[in-house]
Write a protein that binds this ligand. Structure first.
Ligand code: ZN
Length: 370
């Protein structure tokens, strides 16, 4: 007797998942009908056990009223997916704090997530481990990536797609004579996420070190989810303010004018931390009632203080050939000031998590088949 024997899934849910060839294109698996094509008074008619043709396991056949359509569902599929059965509801979409390993610097002591470029490109398991680090911890450090012009684009294409922006396919992080961004000077840059003035924001960033002989110019990473979780524990009212007040972020130069209105801390419908935007350089003018502005600035200052808390920030120095890949919706990155006379040159680009997650899923699929 199957565990789902007495379950009665909602009729529209069950019919929407009919696997038959009239309902789903057998080649693509995509649905062939609209939800409005189903009869208003749809109901489960006769139900009987059967052996489905597809996987040979036990199945259940449903005759539908009033249109007489016939659906066969594998028992294993019902057990995994039916509302009320073991498979549902799922914990999250993989992007919130619920599916991450939050960290402070000491947690990563001696176990920085890293991989050699040759092993990464040559060994499926190394690639899986590296990409999983980006998903779980928010970053991976690839070592030995040839320190050559535009190689950062090859790194992005090893797991996804380059997100081209007004900065081009890639951007140069080095001292420029006429910078349109403080990143392109020798100034100290405090922990921030990139491009909060875009919507959607680039979800991944890559920084590839070509040379780093300047004095200073060390890198730092802060887990923004961990910091936001601390804020929620210590100052719940400040956390709540930062999740509900939309902030205007802006960037402009001679050719570009970008603007986005998003909260500093974005949460999912269950209140779980899902996205951080934090960038003192591009936060614009807040247009809100005075009372909201007051509470926003108090909360913003509290969060900014917390982000600077010793111990949260992981410090390291990028060497030529190092390529940092990190989740720009979660980690804040920083660098110390450096002497503008010494040679320091990074190339950066943006990419997105959906491509990385897809690559990871396909790698797992190939592993299961091997
Ligand atoms: Zn069908």
């Amino acid at each position: 007797m199957s565990a789902t024997r007495n379950l009665h899934p909602p009729a529209f849910w069950l019919r929407d998942n009919c696997p038959c060839a009239d309902c789903r294109d057998p080649r693509t698996g995509q649905k062939l009908f609209q939800i409005t094509d189903l009869p208003e008074d749809l109901a489960v008619g006769a139900v009987r056990d059967c052996v489905p043709a597809a996987d040979g396991g036990l199945g259940r056949e449903v005759r539908w009223e009033p249109d007489g359509h016939r659906s066969v569902y594998p028992e294993a599929w019902l057990a995994a997916h039916a509302p009320g059965a073991g498979g549902a509801p799922r914990p999250g979409d993989g992007r919130t704090e619920a599916d991450k390993e939050l960290w402070a610097a000491p947690d990563l002591d001696g176990r920085l997530p890293e991989a050699g470029w040759e092993a990464y490109t040559g060994d499926r398991r190394v690639r899986i481990r590296a990409l999983e680090s980006v998903v779980r911890l928010g970053f991976v450090l690839l070592r030995g990536v040839p320190p050559r012009d535009r190689t950062v684009l090859d790194v992005a294409r090893s797991f996804g797609f380059v997100r081209e922006t007004n900065y081009g396919e890639l951007f140069e992080v080095r001292v420029e004579a006429d910078p349109n961004n403080l990143a392109f000077t020798g100034a100290r840059i405090s922990p921030h996420t990139d491009n909060p003035y875009r919507d959607p924001v680039p979800t991944l960033q890559l920084l590839h070190c070509l040379s780093n002989e300047a004095r200073g110019g060390d890198s730092g990473l802060v887990d923004g989810f961990r910091a936001a979780a601390l804020l929620r524990a210590e100052h719940p009212e400040a956390f709540a303010v930062l999740t509900r007040v939309p902030v205007e972020f802006a960037f402009a130069d001679a050719r570009t004018e970008l603007r986005a209105h998003r909260p500093l801390i974005d949460v999912d419908p269950l209140g779980r931390i899902r996205e951080i935007r934090f960038n003192n350089r591009s936060i614009g003018t807040l247009h809100q009632p005075a009372a909201v502005v007051e509470e926003f600035y108090a909360a913003y200052r509290t969060f900014a203080q917390l982000l600077l808390r010793p111990g949260l920030r992981l410090d390291f120095r990028l060497a030529p050939g190092d390529c940092l890949v990190f989740d720009n919706t979660r980690l804040l990155h920083a660098r110390t000031a450096f002497s503008e006379s010494g040679d320091r040159h990074l190339q950066g680009t943006y990419a997105d998590l959906d491509g990385l997650l897809s690559t990871l899923a396909v790698l797992h699929r190939e592993g299961a088949r091997a």
